[in-house]
Design a binder for this molecule. Structure first.
Ligand SMILES: Nc1ncnc2c1ncn2[C@@H]1O[C@H](COP(=O)(O)OP(=O)(O)OP(=O)(O)O)[C@@H](O)[C@H]1O
Ligand SMILES: [Mg+2]
Length: 272
């Protein structure tokens, strides 16, 4: 299916409808509606504990809504088999856990599992896809090393390679830049832009507001379980939202290189 035809059909897409999201006895979001923007690189920003990961987990089918539903291609995601969902949506959680004594190549190869069956465990072309994913994230040199022998940032890039190898239309990343040094953060953000250019839809939770504003094409601001603003970064970010949502006394300037909005912090707290 080409990108153009996929975006033309209103039944297609990934969205949350009238959802109550939370955990045992704790409701994080209620009456939540959110449509993932097709073909965009969306960054979700918001303070700790506001519900960003909860939203992403619901989209990825790993958290069952307490009410309402998550819809992909016109059907409730809970009615689909996990493998079918995994061919449409790849998700990197905030704290992924790998089995002990796994080698880098084997973890990246897990990205191909949704395409396998009991009878068919490996397809021609899988090895090339895995190699390409490792090359794109700069982990090919560690292909045969144990995950436990890698640094936090190296391991993070292996997880991202696994997500790439999954070759899905939707890519959901929860704080993918955590643990990465600045050069690798920038590379990862470019990789998100490249995925978008390839026709994929990317949603990433980011904590660095300036990076989010510079690299994402669409910005979503969450606060207390609600989406309080969304739109183009230049339309969404202003001193008011920075004060109301993050409690920061800041001014919005323009990045001299890209022209993207950029927060300069004046003080840690909004004056009362
Ligand atoms: N497994 C869980 N069981 C119970 N409560 C949870 C669980 N996970 C998260 N919460 C609570 O749900 C709320 C939203 O958490 P969530 O992880 O979505 O926040 P977040 O916006 O991703 O924060 P952060 O920026 O710190 O990652 C928080 O109050 C948190 O304590
Ligand atoms: Mg989180």
């Amino acid at each position: 299916m080409t990108t153009a035809t996929r975006f033309e059909n209103p039944a297609d897409g990934l969205r949350i409808q009238d959802a109550r999201l939370g955990y045992d006895g704790r409701i994080v979001s209620d009456g939540l509606n959110f449509s993932v923007r097709e073909g965009e690189f969306t960054a979700i920003i918001g303070p700790n504990g506001c519900g960003k990961s909860t939203l992403l987990k619901a989209l990825a089918r790993t958290l069952k809504p307490l009410a309402g539903k998550v819809i992909v291609d016109g059907v409730d995601v809970r009615t689909l088999r996990p493998k079918a969902v995994a061919r449409r949506i790849a998700a990197l959680p905030q704290h992924p856990v790998a089995p002990e004594s796994l080698r880098v190549r084997d973890l990246v190869a897990r990205g191909r599992h949704p395409y396998h069956s009991l009878l068919r465990q490996w397809h021609p072309g899988d090895a090339e896809i895995v190699d390409a994913a490792m090359a794109a994230t700069g982990v090919a040199d560690y292909a045969d090393r144990l995950l436990t022998e890698l640094s936090g940032g190296q391991r993070q890039r292996v997880w991202i390679a696994m997500v790439l190898a999954q070759q899905t239309d939707y890519v959901l990343l929860d704080e993918p830049t955590s643990f990465l040094d600045l050069a690798h953060q920038v590379e990862l953000l470019h990789l998100c832009q490249d995925m978008r250019a390839d026709g994929r839809t990317v949603v990433a939770v980011l904590h660095d507001i300036n990076q989010a504003a510079r690299y994402a094409s669409h910005l979503v601001v969450m606060h207390d379980g609600e989406i309080v603003r969304e739109g183009a970064p230049g339309d969404v970010l202003d001193a008011e939202v920075v004060a109301d949502v993050f409690g920061i006394d800041g001014i919005i300037e323009r990045d001299s290189q890209s022209g993207a909005p950029m927060i300069t912090v004046r003080d840690r707290r909004v004056p009362s």
